[in-house]
Structures are given as structure tokens and as C-alpha cells.
Design a protein around this ligand. Structure first.
Ligand code: BGC
Length: 721
């Protein structure tokens, strides 16, 4: 091994001390009561930890400067070799200052923003004693029934890769991870986003070719950006649960991707190897996981309870343990824990890092960039602050705007949409209209209709509570609650313009909402400053620029639905074709309600014709493509041009289009701007049946525009000769 310091330390360690490093536990084992518990805890486990508590390597789910200092101090006093504890937590979209959920952040199409958000989250969390975050979640998602789509950046391998890199760079900082940064954990390796039928913790099964083409790239990007940890996923892939899958963890992750950081299991995912039916008991489960390459056991207690026996009975080799310990100690060293086990905490002023004006301003900017204008008929929005407005909907009066995975976010200090709109509009009234999670109430609906009758505009707030998206929140239907839709229909009878605001962590079936609303703003769970961001967009102080990164289906039956699908042998090319034997439904169109990449602006940008400097590309050459965007409006606006390529004939089937590049920039009112994409051969490469990536000669289509929908794209054909 390479590092003398760690080598020496390792030589002094007893087997118990080594095994302790491989075990991660929650804070309650150290007397903490405020930790985040995100999975089951086996009471049995406590007895294994009792005698070994001062050998433990890492703790999850607790934070807070004082508590972390106290626990670390006490730990170091008792631990023989004084190897500091490592504190990890789920810092997913902020620590105390909560940013929009990742699926919302992704709608910004702004990797620099994501990097800033990750950096700010790291700065806050580090000031409260955290050293490792279990983020980014780089899982590609296509099924809104799965609650965890909110933690993802969407359905596109290219975009997810760019975002995964941005998250890692933001969390970890530049060359070394200093005391204001965190080590990042890319998760859930691998393929967790493809759980069958969107049911949480369910099976994943796909060809290796598909895995490599679509699912692997974003994890790879995070590893290449030097994420220090990888978390294994709960699911099975290629027939074997990933936590015990040597091919995925050793051959792909360690060898192909050259990952030499720490591999951590997900919560109890080693123990679950028994439930999956690939291990008979904890001993076998521990052996499978360690041999597959899992260094840290999060909360199954299989390592601490089994590894000694496995060594004694020669079922595993001590080298495996030594290598895992080496990697964990290296991470601790990289984080500076051996120089200062508190990572500067003792002298840091929490107030100058946490919930600062600067961070709140970033949260507001992030929310403004995340919000998506899905519909705006007859320029209903923006509203004038003198307009009279009826604000209707329980969610409009709710502090529940942070979304799942925001343990330290203080809900009650979050402004409600009502509070923010009341500070903007002079003539505004509010009615609950419905109560979330209750049946339709005619009385509440009538009250709402009565106040709405007297105002010029109706702002209707619909959507979900935060508990309805996130881990363990799968749904079989993605419809908006019946009480909300019934109320909306009643409001629509008034014939006044209705602006619907949607609070959600996942794509929903908006068919009814679309029918009865003149304008729709998708707010996601927008975070601490979300309500103010919405108010600024509603009044036109901010021009919306968000674009969805996950397709919104028309109905749950269309799922999984995604823009980069294959063509099939019988594609439905003309939406209105009445030919029976085509790939289509009898009871629904094929196309979604809102396609990937879609989102409007108040600027109503116009896009010109796509031009290329050549229609041929050769070895070592490139094509320069450009397109002009014009802003005919009186408002400056951010335009995002998306560039897609289709390979018309290849060795394996290829998606009907794939995002290859995008650019978001300001186009001033009344002016035009040129958007450019230089295509080279790497943009034409794909995974062949032999698992190798390279381009093939032949014809391609290049398309550019404001969304992935054919109706929004301008195209040219080119050839690779
Ligand atoms: C989740 C992980 C999370 C872990 C620790 C698990 O249930 O799947 O994403 O990092 O808990 O909280």
C-alpha cells in the first residue's frame, strides 16, 4: 500500500478495530436523539455495537456543531488509536437553507447553478459537523410512479452526467476537500431509477447494453469528477442484487471506471441480500458484500457481527478487510481528520455559514430558475400588482414547500405562497377551497367560488404534500387529488382566467389541470425561498426559464415514457394515423402532455433556421452548427437551445433523438442571439453490442430547438464519411 501513515496505522490495528472502521451506525449509538432515521433498525444489532462502540468508523444522520464536537471528543478519549469518527448525512438539496428539490434544480438547465447550490450546501453542512454527503443521486428516471424521481435530475443520460459532475465539483471543491466542503457519494449504484412498475425497492432488470448506454454514464461522470464514495443500490441488476454483485462493483466500477474510493452499502442493503434470496444468513451476506467490494456496511451490522467468524473459519481473507480499511482511512486523511478531527469546527462561527443572506439569495435564484411555465394562453401571465386576485387552495397556505430530504430545513420559517403573494398584490383574498388529504367539501368549495367571483383572476394552488414524493412514496396513479380537480372545475365555471400553481415532487397527470387552467406554473417543492420566487414570476419581475427534464405523461398508463425512446418497427409517425397495426394505444395518444425540455418564457422567443458549415463529418473534422434566437418581446429572457442527434442506421437500435449539447443564455428584449454547437465524432459514438463505444459511418439528423418535441425542432441531415 502506498501511504506510510495509513500503512503504519493499519499495522497497529486489531481485527476488531479494523472491522469497526467498516461499520456505520446512526447517532443514537453515541447518545444522540436527533438523528435522521431513514430505514429499519434491528434491535438485535445494538448488542453487537455495545462492546465495540469506540471502534466504529462512521456515523450517519446526525449534525450540529456542538453535538458533533461532543461526540468526537468523547470518542477520541475512549478509542485506543484515536482514529476520528467520520460523520455522514443526506444533504440532498441543502442543509438548513433548502434549495428546490433536485428534479426542480435540474429544470434550470444551469450546471453552474447546481454547482453553486452544492457548494453552498456543503459550506452549511460542514459548519455543522458533516464531512460526507450521500449525494448526488445520479439515477436516471423514467417512471413518475417512483417517489424518488424528485431526488434525480431526470431522464437524460447526457444532462444527468453534466449535473452529476456539477454536484460533485460543488460539494468537494477544487483540488482538496477543505473544511468548507464535503466528500460526495454518488448513488444509487446502479440502475435504481429503473425499479419495475415504479414500486420502491423493486427489481431492476435490463440488458447490459442498455445499462451501459443509458444508465451508467451519469454515475461514470460523477466518478470521473472524483466523487469520493459510491453507494450501492438496493436493487437487483443482471440477476444479482448490486450490494453483492461482483461484476458490477469490481469489474465495472473498480476496474473499468477505475474507482478507488469508498464503496458504501445503502441502509441495510447487505442484510437484505438474505431477503433477495442470494444469501442464507448474515454470514453469507457479509461475505458476499465484502467480496463484491462493499467497504462500509450501513446499518445491517453484518460486518461487525460476522467478519471475525468469517476470518476465523477462513471464508474470507484478511486482505479484503485491510483493503477496505485502507480506503476508509485514506478518505479520513483526505478530509483532514487526522490533522484536525473537528475539521475547523471549534473555531467556526455557524452563523456566518448557515442560513446567511447570501445562501438565501442563492435559494431564491435557484427557485426562480427551477420554476417552469407550462402554459400561458393569451399571455395570462404575468399579472399586474393592481389586479384583483383570488388565491385558492390549501397548499397556498402551507409551509410544506421544502420537499422530502430536508431534515434540517425549518418548515415553519418558510413563507407560504399566500404570504408572498399578499406582500405583492394590493387586492388579494384567500380561500382554502379544499383540504389536502380530505374529501371534497361543498362548503369549502362554495366559499372559494364566492370570493373568486368578485376578483379578476384566480390563482389556484394544487399538488402534493412533501410526504407524497421521496423514498418509499411510490404511487400507482399520478392524478391530482379529486377534491382539487372538482374545485378547479367549479372555479372554471366562473369563466375567469385561472392560473394554476403546482407544488409537486414528481410529474403528475395534468390533463384536467391543463383543460381548466389558462396558465400553469410548475413550482416543484421550491425550497426555503420558493414562495417569493413564485411571486416574482407571477408579477413578471422574473421571466421564467425552467424546462422540465422528465416527461409529463397524459396518463399513468403511458409510463414509463421518455423522449429518447427507440423507433420500433412500426412507429406512429403521423399522430392522426388510423392504421391499426402501429405501435400505439387505442385509448390515448402516444405523445406526452409536456415533453422533455419543455418550458415557456414570457419572451415568446422565435427560433430561426438551423444552419451548418458542412453536411459531412470525417475523421478529425467537425461540423459547426448554428441557429438564431430572437426575442420579440419587451422583456429580457433566458433562452435554452437544445441540440439533439439521431443516428439513422446503426449496428444496434438508436434513440429517435438524443440530447448532445445545450446552451442557456440571456437574449435581450428586441434583440437576437446566435447559438452554436460544434459536433465532433464523440457526439456520434454509441455503445455497440460488443460493449465498446465508437461512431459508425452513415447518416444522422441534427435538430435544434426549445424542447425535444418534433414540433419545436429545426433539423438538417448530415453524413459521417
Ligand atoms: C436511502 C439512501 C440514503 C440512506 C441514508 C436509504 O434509505 O436509500 O439514499 O442515503 O437511506 O439515509
Amino acid at each position: 500500500m502506498l501511504d506510510n501513515f495509513i500503512d503504519n496505522l493499519l499495522k497497529q490495528m486489531t481485527l476488531d478495530e479494523k472491522i469497526g472502521q467498516l461499520q456505520q451506525v446512526t447517532g443514537d449509538f453515541f447518545g444522540s436523539s436527533g438523528g435522521a432515521i431513514t430505514g429499519p433498525i434491528d434491535d438485535q444489532a445494538k448488542k453487537y455495537i455495545k462492546d465495540n462502540v469506540y471502534n466504529i468508523g462512521s456515523v450517519l444522520g446526525i449534525s450540529g456543531k456542538k453535538e458533533i464536537i461532543d461526540i468526537q471528543k468523547n470518542f477520541l478519549q475512549h478509542s485506543r488509536l484515536k482514529i476520528p469518527l467520520l460523520f455522514m448525512a443526506d444533504i440532498i438539496h441543502g442543509y438548513k437553507t433548502i434549495f428546490p428539490i433536485p428534479l426542480g434544480l435540474a429544470a434550470s438547465w444551469d450546471p453552474k447553478l447546481i454547482k453553486d447550490v452544492a457548494q453552498a450546501s456543503a459550506d452549511e453542512a460542514a459548519a455543522e459537523g458533516i464531512s460526507v454527503t450521500f449525494s448526488p443521486m445520479a439515477d436516471l428516471v423514467r417512471d413518475p410512479r417512483w417517489g424518488r424521481v424528485m431526488e434525480s435530475t431526470g431522464e437524460d443520460p447526457f444532462l444527468n452526467s453534466i449535473y452529476a459532475k456539477a454536484f460533485v465539483e460543488g460539494y468537494q471543491g477544487k483540488d482538496r476537500i477543505d473544511n468548507n466542503h464535503l466528500a460526495a457519494t454518488v448513488k444509487h449504484f446502479a440502475g435504481y431509477g429503473a425499479v419495475e412498475a415504479g414500486r420502491e425497492y423493486n427489481t431492476v432488470d435490463m440488458s447490459e447494453w442498455r445499462f451501459r448506454s443509458e444508465y451508467l454514464p451519469s454515475y461514470k461522470a460523477a466518478v470521473e469528477a472524483k466523487a469520493q464514495l459510491v453507494m450501492t443500490s438496493f436493487n437487483t441488476l443482471f440477476g444479482i442484487p448490486v450490494t453483492g454483485n461482483r461484476y458490477i462493483l469490481q469489474d465495472i466500477l473498480r476496474k473499468e471506471l477505475s474507482f478507488d474510493g469508498v464503496i458504501i452499502s445503502d441502509w441495510n442493503s447487505i442484510g437484505e441480500l438474505i431477503d433477495h434470496g442470494v444469501a442464507e444468513n448474515m454470514g453469507q451476506a457479509a461475505s458476499l458484500a465484502l467480496k463484491a467490494g462493499v467497504d462500509i456496511d450501513m446499518m445491517s451490522f453484518s460486518y461487525i457481527s460476522q467478519l471475525e467468524n468469517l476470518i476465523d473459519s477462513k471464508k474470507i481473507n484478511i486482505d479484503l478487510i485491510d483493503h477496505a480499511v485502507y480506503r476508509i482511512l485514506s478518505l479520513k486523511k483526505k478530509l483532514g481528520l487526522f490533522d484536525d478531527p473537528f475539521r475547523g469546527l471549534e473555531t467556526k462561527k455557524v452563523n456566518s455559514h448557515v442560513f446567511t443572506d447570501e445562501k438565501l439569495a442563492l435559494a431564491q435564484k435557484a427557485a426562480e430558475e427551477s420554476i417552469v411555465l407550462l402554459k400561458n394562453d393569451d399571455k395570462t401571465l404575468p399579472l399586474n400588482i393592481d389586479d384583483s386576485v383570488a388565491l385558492v387552495g390549501d397548499i397556498g397556505d402551507s409551509h410544506d414547500l421544502l420537499g422530502s430530504w430536508s431534515f434540517k430545513g425549518d418548515k415553519l420559517s418558510v413563507k407560504t405562497i399566500k404570504e408572498s403573494l399578499y406582500s405583492k398584490f394590493k387586492k388579494i383574498v384567500f380561500a382554502k377551497g379544499y383540504k389536502t388529504a380530505s374529501d371534497f367539501s361543498s362548503k369549502m368549495a362554495e366559499e372559494a367560488v364566492a370570493i373568486a367571483k368578485k376578483q379578476k383572476y384566480i390563482i389556484f394552488v394544487a399538488g402534493l404534500e412533501s410526504e407524497q414524493s421521496g423514498e418509499a412514496s411510490s404511487l400507482t396513479d399520478i392524478k391530482i387529488a379529486d377534491n382539487q380537480i372538482r374545485l378547479l372545475k367549479k372555479l372554471a365555471e366562473l369563466g375567469k382566467p385561472i392560473i394554476t400553481l403546482l407544488v409537486t415532487g414528481r410529474p403528475l397527470d395534468l390533463t384536467e389541470i391543463q383543460k381548466y387552467s389558462n396558465a400553469i406554473l410548475l413550482a416543484w417543492f421550491p425550497g426555503t425561498k420558493g414562495a417569493d420566487a413564485l411571486a416574482k414570476i407571477i408579477t413578471g419581475e422574473t421571466n421564467p426559464s425552467g424546462k422540465i427534464t422528465m416527461t409529463f405523461p397524459r396518463n399513468v398508463g403511458q409510463t414509463p415514457i421518455y423522449y429518447n425512446h427507440f423507433n420500433t418497427g412500426r412507429p406512429l409517425l403521423d399522430k392522426n394515423a388510423d392504421e391499426k397495426y402501429l405501435s400505439k394505444y387505442l385509448d390515448s395518444p402516444n405523445d406526452p402532455l409536456y415533453p422533455f425540455g419543455f418550458g415557456l418564457s414570457y419572451s415568446n422567443f422565435k427560433i430561426g433556421q438551423l444552419t451548418v458549415d458542412s453536411k459531412e463529418i470525417k475523421e478529425n473534422s467537425s461540423i459547426l452548427a448554428s441557429i438564431i434566437v430572437h426575442n420579440p418581446s419587451k422583456l429580457d429572457g433566458d433562452a435554452t437551445v437544445q441540440w439533439y442527434i439521431r443516428d439513422l442506421s446503426a449496428e444496434v437500435v438508436r434513440p429517435v433523438k438524443e440530447l448532445k449539447f445545450f446552451e442557456k443564455k440571456l437574449v435581450k428584449a428586441g434583440s437576437s442571439s446566435k447559438f452554436i454547437f460544434r459536433i465532433d465524432l464523440s457526439d456520434l459514438s454509441y455503445v455497440h453490442s460488443n460493449k465498446k463505444m465508437y461512431p459508425d459511418k452513415g447518416k444522422f439528423i441534427l435538430a435544434a430547438g426549445f424542447s425535444s418535441s418534433d414540433d419545436d425542432l429545426s433539423c438538417v441531415e448530415f453524413i459521417y464519411k
